[in-house]
Design a protein. Structure first.
Length: 176
């Protein structure tokens, strides 16, 4: 049993970003990843979070975070500020998605990486992400059990939305 994740929990790790070193060339360097869980969509009525943990909104697979970058030297291009809880419990669901807890990996922005998996209630992100960070759920009295998993319903929804988008783009000129 592990402490449940919620808004305001810190996330720590290492990201790789292009930094300009003294000769003036961009070089991929490891940078500190400091973030905290906060997803503004969780505060919207009807589509937001319906569960709280210790008075804070819950954090599930797909919940976003806010990143603070501390570069070792100037960035070649400003880094993305994308961060997402990647996993949750396979036995405990909250708002239809796996409930995250302490030490689950989070997807942090990188120079290269994979795209974020689709989620049921949020739009897909286009930033390159890698699970090089982890969530440090501040201990709470709510404990979550079960092995970690990703949200398969989110992956299926993302694929279906892409297919419908392609169909509507092709059908648009025929209708109008």
């Amino acid at each position: 049993m592990m402490p449940a994740a919620k808004h305001g929990d810190p996330q720590l790790g290492i990201d790789i970003h292009l930094c300009i070193v003294p000769p003036g060339t961009p070089v991929p360097l490891p940078t500190m990843h400091i973030a905290f869980v906060f997803d503004p969509f969780d505060y919207l009525p009807f589509i937001g979070a319906t569960t709280t943990v210790m008075g804070m909104k819950r954090a599930k697979a797909g919940t976003a975070g806010i990143v603070v970058h501390i570069p070792p030297c100037p960035f070649a291009k400003p880094p993305e500020k994308d961060d997402e809880l990647f996993m949750g419990s396979s036995t405990v669901l909250v708002d239809g998605e796996p409930f995250s807890h302490i030490a689950h990996p989070t997807l942090g922005c990188q120079v290269v990486g994979m795209f974020s998996p689709g989620r049921v209630k949020s739009k897909p992100k286009k930033a390159c992400l890698l699970p090089t960070d982890f969530n440090l759920a501040i201990p709470a009295t709510v404990l979550i059990g079960g092995p970690p998993t990703i949200s398969m319903s989110g992956l299926l929804t993302k694929g279906a939305l892409k297919a419908f988008g392609a169909i509507f783009k092709k059908a648009g000129p025929l209708v109008g």
